[in-house]
Design a protein around this ligand. Structure first.
Ligand code: MN
Length: 256
C-alpha cells in the first residue's frame, strides 16, 4: 500500500509527523505538504505564482503552496506513481459541519478524490496535540481496516474523520455521521494598525447550530470517532423542479 500524506498545518506539524510515523508501520508513505500553515484554504490552487519543492529528509517534501497544490503536483508529476490512498492531517482542531467547506485538510484529501483516488481527511477535535499519538494510532487502525476490506487502491471515495482528543483506550468506537451545521461566524474584529489604518480580522467560527444525534458534533462530544463520507456535487437536486418552474417564463433576450 502506497500512501500520499499531506495536511494544511505545514510539513513540520505534530499531527502530520504522528500520522506519518503511524502509517509508515503499515505502508510506504510519502509526504508532500505545505511549507507553512494553510488553514481555511479549501481547494485553492496557486495559478499565478511558481511553486517550489524542497526536500526535508527521505520521503518528505514541502511546497510553498496550498494543501491542494501539494496533492495536485504530487499526483500530476512529482511522485511518478499513483498512490493507493491520499490522507490529510492530522489537523490541529476539528473539521466538522460547515468547516469542511473551508478546510485545507479536507481540500487536500478532496484533491486526491478528484483525481480518482480514495482519500481521508483526519482531524483531532481540540487544538494543541495533547493526544496526537493516540489519534494517529486510531487513524492507522482505520486505514488498515479499509485495506483489509479491499477499499484501498480502488475506485475513489472520500471520508472526513474527526477524532476525540483523549488516550487511545478511551476513544470510543467509530460512528457514521452526517455533517452538522454551525451558526454564522462571530463578528469581524477591528483594530487600529500602528500607522493608523483599520485592520479587519475574520471572526472565529460559530458554535454548533445543529449538533443533534447523528451529527459529527454529537458523536465526538460522546467520545466517538466521527466518520462522514463526503461527496463533491453541490447541486440542490430537490430544488431543480422549483427553479425550472420559476425560470420558465424567462426567454432568451427578452424581458418580463
Ligand atoms: Mn489546520
Amino acid at each position: 500500500m502506497r500512501i500520499l500524506i499531506s495536511n494544511d498545518d505545514g510539513y513540520k506539524a505534530d499531527g502530520l509527523q504522528a500520522l506519518r510515523a503511524a502509517l509508515a508501520t503499515v505502508a510506504d508513505v510519502e509526504v508532500v505538504a505545505p511549507e507553512h500553515n494553510n488553514s481555511a484554504k479549501s481547494n485553492a490552487l496557486t495559478l499565478n505564482a511558481p511553486l517550489y519543492v524542497h526536500d526535508a529528509g527521505p520521503g518528505v517534501r514541502y511546497v510553498n503552496g496550498t494543501p491542494a497544490d501539494c496533492v495536485h503536483i504530487a499526483l500530476t508529476g512529482l511522485l511518478g506513481y499513483r498512490p493507493d490512498l491520499v490522507v490529510s492531517g492530522i489537523n490541529n482542531g476539528a473539521n466538522m459541519g460547515d468547516d469542511t467547506l473551508y478546510s485545507g485538510t479536507v481540500g487536500a484529501a478532496m484533491e486526491g478524490y478528484l483525481f480518482g483516488i480514495p482519500a481521508i481527511a483526519f482531524s483531532l477535535i481540540d487544538k494543541g496535540w495533547t493526544h496526537i499519538e493516540d489519534a494517529a494510532l486510531k487513524a492507522r487502525d482505520l486505514v488498515q481496516h479499509l485495506q483489509s476490506q479491499l477499499l484501498v487502491g480502488t475506485r475513489p471515495w472520500l471520508l472526513n474523520v474527526n477524532i476525540p482528543n483523549r488516550p487511545y483506550a478511551e476513544i470510543g468506537e467509530l460512528r457514521m455521521c452526517r455533517l452538522g451545521r454551525r451558526h454564522a461566524a462571530e463578528p469581524v474584529i477591528t483594530q487600529i494598525s500602528p500607522r493608523g489604518e483599520t485592520m479587519y480580522w475574520i471572526g472565529n467560527a460559530g458554535p454548533a447550530m445543529d449538533d443533534a444525534e447523528g451529527t459529527d458534533f454529537h458523536a465526538v462530544r460522546e467520545g466517538h470517532v466521527a466518520v462522514t463520507p463526503l461527496k463533491v456535487d453541490l447541486t440542490e437536486h430537490d430544488h431543480m423542479g422549483h427553479w425550472a418552474e420559476r425560470l420558465a417564463g424567462l426567454r432568451a433576450g427578452g424581458g418580463a
